[in-house]
Design a protein around this ligand. Structure first.
Ligand code: NDP
Ligand code: MG
Ligand code: MG
Length: 340
Protein backbone atom coordinates (compact mmCIF):
# COMPACT_ATOMS: atom_id res chain seq x y z
CA UNK A 1 0.00 0.00 0.00
CA UNK A 2 1.14 3.57 -0.73
CA UNK A 3 2.62 5.29 2.30
CA UNK A 4 0.02 7.35 4.17
CA UNK A 5 1.33 9.94 6.64
CA UNK A 6 -0.33 11.03 9.87
CA UNK A 7 0.25 13.83 12.41
CA UNK A 8 2.89 11.92 14.40
CA UNK A 9 5.04 11.53 11.24
CA UNK A 10 5.11 15.29 10.61
CA UNK A 11 7.30 18.04 12.06
CA UNK A 12 5.61 21.44 11.66
CA UNK A 13 8.49 23.64 12.91
CA UNK A 14 9.49 24.45 9.30
CA UNK A 15 6.25 26.47 8.90
CA UNK A 16 6.20 27.98 12.39
CA UNK A 17 8.26 31.10 11.67
CA UNK A 18 6.59 31.75 8.30
CA UNK A 19 3.66 34.00 7.43
CA UNK A 20 0.95 32.29 5.41
CA UNK A 21 -1.32 34.25 3.04
CA UNK A 22 -4.56 32.44 2.25
CA UNK A 23 -5.88 34.12 -0.91
CA UNK A 24 -9.68 33.78 -1.02
CA UNK A 25 -12.13 33.08 1.81
CA UNK A 26 -14.71 30.86 0.12
CA UNK A 27 -15.34 27.15 0.60
CA UNK A 28 -11.66 26.16 0.97
CA UNK A 29 -10.26 29.56 1.99
CA UNK A 30 -12.21 30.00 5.22
CA UNK A 31 -11.39 26.43 6.27
CA UNK A 32 -7.64 26.74 5.61
CA UNK A 33 -7.37 30.17 7.25
CA UNK A 34 -9.26 29.22 10.42
CA UNK A 35 -7.74 25.74 10.80
CA UNK A 36 -4.18 27.03 10.28
CA UNK A 37 -4.76 29.86 12.74
CA UNK A 38 -6.10 27.48 15.37
CA UNK A 39 -3.10 25.20 14.71
CA UNK A 40 -0.91 28.12 15.82
CA UNK A 41 0.26 29.52 12.48
CA UNK A 42 0.51 33.17 11.44
CA UNK A 43 -2.20 33.73 8.82
CA UNK A 44 -3.33 36.71 6.72
CA UNK A 45 -6.23 36.41 4.28
CA UNK A 46 -5.93 38.17 0.89
CA UNK A 47 -9.17 39.53 -0.66
CA UNK A 48 -10.93 42.36 -2.44
CA UNK A 49 -13.50 44.41 -0.48
CA UNK A 50 -16.83 42.58 -0.39
CA UNK A 51 -18.73 39.72 1.19
CA UNK A 52 -15.77 37.47 1.91
CA UNK A 53 -13.76 40.37 3.35
CA UNK A 54 -16.56 41.18 5.81
CA UNK A 55 -16.93 37.53 6.79
CA UNK A 56 -13.20 37.06 7.40
CA UNK A 57 -13.16 40.16 9.62
CA UNK A 58 -16.20 38.89 11.51
CA UNK A 59 -14.35 35.60 12.08
CA UNK A 60 -11.46 37.54 13.58
CA UNK A 61 -8.79 36.76 10.98
CA UNK A 62 -6.34 39.34 9.67
CA UNK A 63 -7.41 40.56 6.19
CA UNK A 64 -5.61 42.61 3.57
CA UNK A 65 -5.63 43.09 -0.21
CA UNK A 66 -4.38 40.20 -2.33
CA UNK A 67 -1.24 42.18 -3.24
CA UNK A 68 -0.43 43.25 0.32
CA UNK A 69 -1.12 39.79 1.83
CA UNK A 70 1.10 38.18 -0.85
CA UNK A 71 3.83 40.71 -0.13
CA UNK A 72 3.80 40.08 3.62
CA UNK A 73 3.73 36.30 3.33
CA UNK A 74 6.39 33.64 2.85
CA UNK A 75 3.80 31.06 1.81
CA UNK A 76 0.96 32.07 -0.55
CA UNK A 77 -1.96 29.61 -0.85
CA UNK A 78 -4.18 30.42 -3.85
CA UNK A 79 -7.81 29.56 -3.01
CA UNK A 80 -9.59 31.64 -5.64
CA UNK A 81 -11.94 30.07 -8.19
CA UNK A 82 -9.72 28.24 -10.71
CA UNK A 83 -11.04 30.32 -13.65
CA UNK A 84 -9.97 33.63 -12.11
CA UNK A 85 -6.62 32.52 -10.72
CA UNK A 86 -4.44 33.29 -13.78
CA UNK A 87 -5.40 36.97 -14.09
CA UNK A 88 -5.38 37.69 -10.32
CA UNK A 89 -2.05 35.86 -10.02
CA UNK A 90 -0.47 37.96 -12.82
CA UNK A 91 -1.71 41.27 -11.47
CA UNK A 92 -1.52 40.92 -7.68
CA UNK A 93 0.47 37.86 -6.62
CA UNK A 94 3.42 37.41 -9.00
CA UNK A 95 4.81 40.95 -8.52
CA UNK A 96 4.89 40.28 -4.76
CA UNK A 97 6.61 36.89 -4.77
CA UNK A 98 10.16 36.92 -3.48
CA UNK A 99 12.87 34.39 -4.11
CA UNK A 100 12.48 31.52 -1.64
CA UNK A 101 8.72 32.05 -1.11
CA UNK A 102 6.26 29.22 -1.62
CA UNK A 103 3.28 29.29 -3.97
CA UNK A 104 0.62 26.73 -3.05
CA UNK A 105 -2.54 25.40 -4.69
CA UNK A 106 -5.43 23.15 -3.65
CA UNK A 107 -6.00 21.93 -7.21
CA UNK A 108 -3.42 21.47 -9.94
CA UNK A 109 -5.39 22.77 -12.95
CA UNK A 110 -3.65 26.11 -13.60
CA UNK A 111 -0.11 24.82 -13.10
CA UNK A 112 -0.66 21.54 -14.96
CA UNK A 113 -2.30 23.25 -17.94
CA UNK A 114 0.27 26.13 -17.86
CA UNK A 115 -2.25 28.90 -17.16
CA UNK A 116 0.06 30.03 -14.36
CA UNK A 117 3.83 29.85 -14.95
CA UNK A 118 5.61 30.66 -11.68
CA UNK A 119 9.18 31.99 -11.43
CA UNK A 120 11.82 29.28 -10.97
CA UNK A 121 13.09 30.56 -7.60
CA UNK A 122 9.94 29.83 -5.58
CA UNK A 123 8.63 26.53 -4.23
CA UNK A 124 5.41 25.38 -5.90
CA UNK A 125 3.38 22.67 -4.25
CA UNK A 126 -0.09 21.31 -3.78
CA UNK A 127 -2.10 20.70 -0.63
CA UNK A 128 -5.47 19.40 -1.74
CA UNK A 129 -7.97 18.32 0.91
CA UNK A 130 -10.12 15.60 -0.62
CA UNK A 131 -13.43 17.06 0.49
CA UNK A 132 -15.59 20.18 0.33
CA UNK A 133 -14.25 23.17 2.27
CA UNK A 134 -17.08 23.31 4.75
CA UNK A 135 -16.29 19.74 5.77
CA UNK A 136 -12.58 20.59 6.04
CA UNK A 137 -13.67 23.13 8.66
CA UNK A 138 -16.41 21.12 10.37
CA UNK A 139 -14.36 17.92 10.76
CA UNK A 140 -11.43 19.97 12.11
CA UNK A 141 -13.69 21.54 14.75
CA UNK A 142 -14.85 18.03 15.67
CA UNK A 143 -11.26 16.92 16.24
CA UNK A 144 -11.14 14.93 13.00
CA UNK A 145 -10.04 15.86 9.47
CA UNK A 146 -10.38 15.33 5.73
CA UNK A 147 -7.64 13.34 3.91
CA UNK A 148 -5.26 15.50 1.90
CA UNK A 149 -2.99 15.07 -1.11
CA UNK A 150 0.34 16.85 -1.36
CA UNK A 151 2.42 17.23 -4.52
CA UNK A 152 5.66 19.03 -5.33
CA UNK A 153 6.00 20.83 -8.67
CA UNK A 154 9.07 22.92 -7.89
CA UNK A 155 11.45 22.62 -4.93
CA UNK A 156 13.57 25.79 -4.97
CA UNK A 157 14.25 25.90 -1.21
CA UNK A 158 14.90 22.21 -0.68
CA UNK A 159 12.11 22.33 1.92
CA UNK A 160 9.03 22.13 -0.30
CA UNK A 161 7.94 18.69 0.89
CA UNK A 162 8.40 19.51 4.59
CA UNK A 163 6.42 22.72 4.08
CA UNK A 164 3.65 20.88 2.25
CA UNK A 165 3.38 18.28 5.02
CA UNK A 166 3.34 20.92 7.75
CA UNK A 167 0.65 22.87 5.91
CA UNK A 168 -1.44 19.73 5.36
CA UNK A 169 -1.13 18.92 9.07
CA UNK A 170 -2.15 22.49 9.95
CA UNK A 171 -5.44 22.21 8.05
CA UNK A 172 -6.22 18.86 9.70
CA UNK A 173 -5.24 16.49 6.87
CA UNK A 174 -2.81 14.58 9.09
CA UNK A 175 -5.65 13.35 11.26
CA UNK A 176 -7.19 11.47 8.32
CA UNK A 177 -4.10 10.70 6.24
CA UNK A 178 -1.83 12.50 3.78
CA UNK A 179 -0.80 10.94 0.46
CA UNK A 180 1.82 12.15 -1.98
CA UNK A 181 0.80 12.74 -5.60
CA UNK A 182 1.83 14.92 -8.55
CA UNK A 183 0.09 17.95 -10.07
CA UNK A 184 -0.67 15.80 -13.12
CA UNK A 185 -2.21 12.93 -11.16
CA UNK A 186 -4.23 15.21 -8.87
CA UNK A 187 -5.54 17.31 -11.75
CA UNK A 188 -6.49 14.43 -14.02
CA UNK A 189 -8.03 12.19 -11.36
CA UNK A 190 -9.92 15.10 -9.77
CA UNK A 191 -11.42 16.15 -13.12
CA UNK A 192 -12.22 12.55 -14.06
CA UNK A 193 -13.83 11.77 -10.70
CA UNK A 194 -16.12 14.78 -10.77
CA UNK A 195 -17.05 14.31 -14.44
CA UNK A 196 -17.53 10.56 -14.71
CA UNK A 197 -18.67 9.55 -11.23
CA UNK A 198 -19.27 12.08 -8.45
CA UNK A 199 -21.02 14.93 -10.26
CA UNK A 200 -21.60 14.23 -13.96
CA UNK A 201 -22.12 10.48 -13.64
CA UNK A 202 -24.43 10.72 -10.64
CA UNK A 203 -26.63 13.59 -11.90
CA UNK A 204 -27.11 11.91 -15.29
CA UNK A 205 -27.92 8.56 -13.66
CA UNK A 206 -30.43 10.15 -11.26
CA UNK A 207 -32.16 12.11 -14.03
CA UNK A 208 -32.36 9.11 -16.36
CA UNK A 209 -33.89 7.00 -13.59
CA UNK A 210 -36.39 9.72 -12.66
CA UNK A 211 -37.41 10.25 -16.31
CA UNK A 212 -37.79 6.50 -16.90
CA UNK A 213 -40.26 6.23 -14.01
CA UNK A 214 -42.25 9.42 -14.76
CA UNK A 215 -42.45 8.65 -18.50
CA UNK A 216 -43.91 5.25 -17.53
CA UNK A 217 -46.67 7.11 -15.63
CA UNK A 218 -45.43 6.87 -12.05
CA UNK A 219 -45.84 9.88 -9.73
CA UNK A 220 -42.94 12.36 -9.88
CA UNK A 221 -42.89 12.58 -6.08
CA UNK A 222 -42.41 8.83 -5.76
CA UNK A 223 -39.75 8.89 -8.48
CA UNK A 224 -37.96 11.73 -6.66
CA UNK A 225 -37.77 9.82 -3.39
CA UNK A 226 -36.69 6.62 -5.13
CA UNK A 227 -34.00 8.05 -7.43
CA UNK A 228 -32.65 11.07 -5.55
CA UNK A 229 -33.58 11.33 -1.88
CA UNK A 230 -32.67 7.73 -1.03
CA UNK A 231 -29.28 8.08 -2.69
CA UNK A 232 -27.88 9.77 0.41
CA UNK A 233 -28.75 6.80 2.58
CA UNK A 234 -27.00 4.44 0.17
CA UNK A 235 -23.97 6.71 -0.17
CA UNK A 236 -23.58 6.91 3.62
CA UNK A 237 -23.43 3.11 3.73
CA UNK A 238 -20.87 3.04 0.90
CA UNK A 239 -18.76 5.63 2.73
CA UNK A 240 -18.79 3.61 5.93
CA UNK A 241 -18.37 0.09 4.59
CA UNK A 242 -17.65 0.02 0.88
CA UNK A 243 -19.79 -1.99 -1.54
CA UNK A 244 -19.97 -4.96 0.83
CA UNK A 245 -21.11 -2.80 3.77
CA UNK A 246 -23.86 -1.26 1.68
CA UNK A 247 -24.99 -4.64 0.35
CA UNK A 248 -25.10 -6.02 3.89
CA UNK A 249 -27.72 -3.43 4.82
CA UNK A 250 -30.01 -3.68 1.80
CA UNK A 251 -32.46 -6.54 1.27
CA UNK A 252 -31.34 -9.67 -0.59
CA UNK A 253 -33.85 -8.75 -3.31
CA UNK A 254 -32.17 -5.38 -3.72
CA UNK A 255 -28.76 -7.06 -3.76
CA UNK A 256 -29.84 -9.57 -6.42
CA UNK A 257 -31.22 -6.68 -8.50
CA UNK A 258 -27.92 -4.87 -8.02
CA UNK A 259 -26.02 -7.91 -9.37
CA UNK A 260 -28.22 -8.65 -12.40
CA UNK A 261 -29.33 -5.15 -13.47
CA UNK A 262 -26.43 -2.87 -12.50
CA UNK A 263 -24.13 -4.18 -15.26
CA UNK A 264 -26.98 -3.70 -17.78
CA UNK A 265 -27.00 0.04 -16.95
CA UNK A 266 -23.27 0.68 -16.70
CA UNK A 267 -21.72 -1.71 -19.22
CA UNK A 268 -18.60 -2.00 -21.37
CA UNK A 269 -19.88 0.77 -23.67
CA UNK A 270 -20.23 3.12 -20.69
CA UNK A 271 -16.69 2.27 -19.65
CA UNK A 272 -15.43 2.93 -23.19
CA UNK A 273 -17.04 6.38 -23.00
CA UNK A 274 -15.44 6.94 -19.59
CA UNK A 275 -12.11 6.25 -21.27
CA UNK A 276 -12.95 8.90 -23.91
CA UNK A 277 -13.73 11.40 -21.15
CA UNK A 278 -10.39 10.56 -19.50
CA UNK A 279 -8.56 10.98 -22.81
CA UNK A 280 -10.07 14.46 -23.27
CA UNK A 281 -8.85 15.37 -19.79
CA UNK A 282 -5.36 13.97 -20.41
CA UNK A 283 -4.82 15.61 -23.81
CA UNK A 284 -6.07 19.04 -22.68
CA UNK A 285 -9.29 19.08 -24.76
CA UNK A 286 -11.48 19.52 -21.69
CA UNK A 287 -9.22 22.24 -20.22
CA UNK A 288 -9.13 24.15 -23.50
CA UNK A 289 -12.93 24.09 -23.80
CA UNK A 290 -13.40 25.35 -20.24
CA UNK A 291 -10.78 28.11 -20.63
CA UNK A 292 -12.40 29.32 -23.89
CA UNK A 293 -15.89 29.10 -22.36
CA UNK A 294 -14.74 31.44 -19.57
CA UNK A 295 -13.12 33.84 -22.04
CA UNK A 296 -16.49 34.06 -23.82
CA UNK A 297 -18.24 34.85 -20.51
CA UNK A 298 -19.75 31.33 -20.19
CA UNK A 299 -22.60 31.30 -22.74
CA UNK A 300 -23.05 27.50 -22.70
CA UNK A 301 -22.51 27.16 -18.97
CA UNK A 302 -25.29 29.67 -18.27
CA UNK A 303 -27.71 28.19 -20.82
CA UNK A 304 -27.27 24.62 -19.61
CA UNK A 305 -27.48 25.69 -15.97
CA UNK A 306 -30.78 27.53 -16.53
CA UNK A 307 -32.25 24.53 -18.40
CA UNK A 308 -31.09 22.03 -15.76
CA UNK A 309 -32.67 24.06 -12.94
CA UNK A 310 -36.05 23.79 -14.68
CA UNK A 311 -35.99 19.98 -14.92
CA UNK A 312 -39.03 18.37 -13.28
CA UNK A 313 -36.85 16.57 -10.74
CA UNK A 314 -35.79 20.02 -9.52
CA UNK A 315 -39.24 21.62 -9.35
CA UNK A 316 -40.71 18.59 -7.57
CA UNK A 317 -37.66 18.30 -5.34
CA UNK A 318 -37.81 21.92 -4.20
CA UNK A 319 -41.42 21.44 -3.09
CA UNK A 320 -40.72 18.18 -1.28
CA UNK A 321 -37.66 19.50 0.53
CA UNK A 322 -39.73 22.46 1.81
CA UNK A 323 -41.85 19.87 3.59
CA UNK A 324 -38.82 18.14 5.10
CA UNK A 325 -37.21 20.82 7.30
CA UNK A 326 -34.68 18.27 8.57
CA UNK A 327 -33.17 18.13 5.09
CA UNK A 328 -30.93 21.13 5.52
CA UNK A 329 -29.69 23.08 2.51
CA UNK A 330 -25.95 23.43 2.83
CA UNK A 331 -24.96 26.96 3.79
CA UNK A 332 -23.54 27.50 0.38
CA UNK A 333 -25.24 25.93 -2.60
CA UNK A 334 -21.99 25.04 -4.30
CA UNK A 335 -20.59 23.30 -1.26
CA UNK A 336 -21.61 19.91 -2.44
CA UNK A 337 -18.98 17.45 -3.54
CA UNK A 338 -17.42 19.84 -5.97
CA UNK A 339 -14.07 18.22 -5.75
CA UNK A 340 -13.38 14.79 -4.43
P1 NDP B 1 -14.90 29.70 -3.79
O1 NDP B 1 -15.59 30.05 -5.05
O2 NDP B 1 -15.68 29.06 -2.69
O3 NDP B 1 -14.21 31.00 -3.15
C1 NDP B 1 -13.64 31.98 -3.89
C2 NDP B 1 -13.06 33.09 -3.01
O4 NDP B 1 -12.27 33.90 -3.88
C3 NDP B 1 -14.09 33.98 -2.37
O5 NDP B 1 -13.68 34.32 -1.07
C4 NDP B 1 -14.08 35.23 -3.26
O6 NDP B 1 -14.37 36.42 -2.56
C5 NDP B 1 -12.63 35.25 -3.68
N1 NDP B 1 -12.46 36.00 -4.93
C6 NDP B 1 -13.07 35.79 -6.12
N2 NDP B 1 -12.64 36.68 -7.02
C7 NDP B 1 -11.74 37.46 -6.37
C8 NDP B 1 -10.95 38.57 -6.77
N3 NDP B 1 -11.01 39.08 -8.00
N4 NDP B 1 -10.12 39.13 -5.85
C9 NDP B 1 -10.05 38.64 -4.60
N5 NDP B 1 -10.78 37.59 -4.16
C10 NDP B 1 -11.62 37.02 -5.04
O7 NDP B 1 -13.64 28.80 -4.18
P2 NDP B 1 -13.33 27.28 -3.72
O8 NDP B 1 -12.95 27.30 -2.28
O9 NDP B 1 -14.41 26.37 -4.18
O10 NDP B 1 -12.04 26.93 -4.61
C11 NDP B 1 -10.75 27.43 -4.31
C12 NDP B 1 -9.70 26.45 -4.80
O11 NDP B 1 -9.80 25.25 -4.06
C13 NDP B 1 -9.84 26.04 -6.27
O12 NDP B 1 -8.55 25.86 -6.78
C14 NDP B 1 -10.57 24.70 -6.19
O13 NDP B 1 -10.32 23.86 -7.30
C15 NDP B 1 -9.93 24.13 -4.93
N6 NDP B 1 -10.71 23.10 -4.26
C16 NDP B 1 -12.00 23.37 -3.89
C17 NDP B 1 -12.72 22.46 -3.17
C18 NDP B 1 -14.07 22.81 -2.61
O14 NDP B 1 -14.47 22.17 -1.68
N7 NDP B 1 -14.80 23.79 -3.13
C19 NDP B 1 -12.16 21.11 -2.85
C20 NDP B 1 -10.76 20.96 -3.20
C21 NDP B 1 -10.08 21.92 -3.92
P3 NDP B 1 -15.63 37.38 -2.89
O15 NDP B 1 -16.61 37.17 -1.78
O16 NDP B 1 -15.02 38.75 -2.88
O17 NDP B 1 -16.16 36.99 -4.24
MG1 MG C 1 -36.47 0.82 -2.54
MG1 MG D 1 -12.33 19.55 -8.87
Amino acid sequence: MTKVLYNHNIEEAVLQDKKIAVIGYGSQGHAHALNLKESGFDVVVGLRKGKSWDKAEEDGVEVNTVAEASKQADVVMVLLPDEYQPSIYKEHIEPNLESGNALVFAHGFNIHFSQIVPPSDVDVFLVAPKGPGHLVRRTFEDGAGVPALIGIYQDASGQAKDLALAYAKGVGGGRAGILETTFQEETETDLFGEQAVLCGGVTSLVKAGFETLTEAGYQPEVAYFECLHELKLIVDLLYEGGLEGMRYSISDTAQWGDFVSGPRIVDEDTKARMKDVLKDIQNGTFAQGWILENQANRPQFKAINARENQHQIETVGRELRELMPFVKQSKKKKDVIQNG
